[in-house]
Design a protein around this ligand. Sequence first.
Ligand code: GLC
Length: 477
Amino acid sequence: MSNAETNSESFVEMARMNDDTATLRLDGIPADTLSKVQKYLENFQLSLEKLQIISARLRKDMIRGLGKHTHHSASVKMLPTFVRATPDGTEKGDFLALDLGGTNFRVLHVRVVEEEQKVLKMDYTIPQKIMVGPGEQLFDHIAACLSKFLDLENLKGQTLPLGFTFSFPCEQKEIDKSILIRWTKGFDCSGVEGQDVVRLLKEAIRRRGDYEIGTVAMVNDTVGTMMSCGYKDQSCEIGMIIGTGTNACYMEEMKNVTRVEGEDGRMCINTEWGGFGDDGSLKDILTEFDEVVDKTSINPGVHTFEKMISGMYLGEIVRLVLVRLTEDKLLFKGKASAALLTQGTFETKFISEIEEEDTGLETAKKILTELDLDWDSVDARVVRLVCDTVSSRSARLCAAALATIANHIRVNRGLDHLETTVGVDGAVYRKHPNFSDELQAMTRLLAPKCDVTFILSEDVSGKGAAMMAAVAQRLAL
Ligand code: GLC
C-alpha cells in the first residue's frame, strides 16, 4: 500500500470520528484528488490522544498562571476578576451596560423588576481607524455613543450604575480598576496598554460633561456570560466565548488564588486561554497556515490558541489552504483570483454557510463565484471539506480546553463526579451548524467524569455586566 493510500485511509477514519456526516463530505471527490488534498489537511486532524496531551499541557499552564511566583511568565494568564458573588435575586432597578470586544460596541439599559429583566440595547460600530488610533479617541467615541443612547432613552440626569464588559486581558485590581495588559482581536489603540480602563472611560465622560454615571463594575465577556446564565442556573460556574476571540472563566477556590489575600470561598478566574501556546508549547500542532496567520496578524506571537480557534481567524486559515491547494493545481484548474489572494476575503461566516447540510454546496458555489473563481462541482466539495476540517479542529481544541477546566474543578473539589454548567456565547458557537454538537461530544470524551450542561447566553454578556453593576452597588451600600 502506498503512503498516499495509507494516509488517505487514516484520513477517512479521522473524518468518521469527527461526526457521522463527515464521510458524506468526502462524497464526490475523486480518490486521487482526495488523497492529495488530505496531505494538506492531515495536520489539522487531532486524535483523541493528541487532544488529551494538549489538555494536560493546558492544565500545567493553568497551574503556572495561578501561581504567585510563576504567573508573571505564564502564557495562560489566569487573571483574578474580583468577582466573588453572583446575583442573589435582590438586585432591582435600572442599570447601564457597555459591551466592547468585537467590531460592534453595544450599549444596554437593563431594568430589573421582580426578577423580570427588561433590556433595551443599541449597537454602534467602531470604525477601523478608531480601532487602531489613539486611545483617547476610542474612549471619546464610546462616551459619545453612550450619550446618544441616554438621550434616546431619556436617561440623562440620572446617575445609573454601569457594568462594563471589556473583552480584553486585564489585570484587575478591584471590580472598578482594571489595567489593560494588551490588545487582542484587531484592536491596537495607543496609550491604553498598562492603563486603568475604567479611569479612561470616566475621564472621557468627564470631558463631555453632559451626563454622569454611578458605580462601575468591569468584567470580561466570559464573566458577563457566566453571570447572565447564572441567573437562570445556579450551577453555572464556567463562562465560555467562541466568537471573534475565544476565552473562558470559571469559579476557582480562593485558596488556589494565591495572588489575592484570603482563603475562603471562590473567585472567578479569567483564564485568557487564547494565550495558550504563546511560549511555543503548541508548536507541534501548528500548521504552516497557522504560522502565516500569526505572522500577518497585527500581533504576531500573541494568542496562538485563539488564532487556531476563533472567528477572527478561521476564514483566513481556510483561505490560505485554498490558495495552497490552487498552487498545487488541486483547485480551480490551478488559477487563483485576485480576491482569493487578498487577506481577509474569505469570511468566517462563509464556513458556517458552506457547512449547512442541505444548502451548503450551493452556497459554496455562490461564494466561489463572488470570489471570481473558475470552479467546478468537485472544487465546491473540496472547499466544503476544507471548511469542515478547519472548523472541526477549532471545536476539538475548545473541547480539550473546556474539559481541562471541568476536570480541574472536579479535582479541586475532591469529587469523583462533577455536574456543572457552562454559559456560552459567540458567533462561531451560535451560527455554525455542527460546531456545538462536536464540541459537546468531544468534551464528554475528554472529561468522562464530568457531566457538563451547556446553556446559550440569552442576551449577550452585557446583561451579565449590568448584573455585576447591581451586585457591586449592593456591596457598596
Ligand atoms: C480575547 C480577549 C479575551 C476575551 C476573548 C473573547 O481572547 O483577550 O479577554 O474574553 O477574546 O471575546
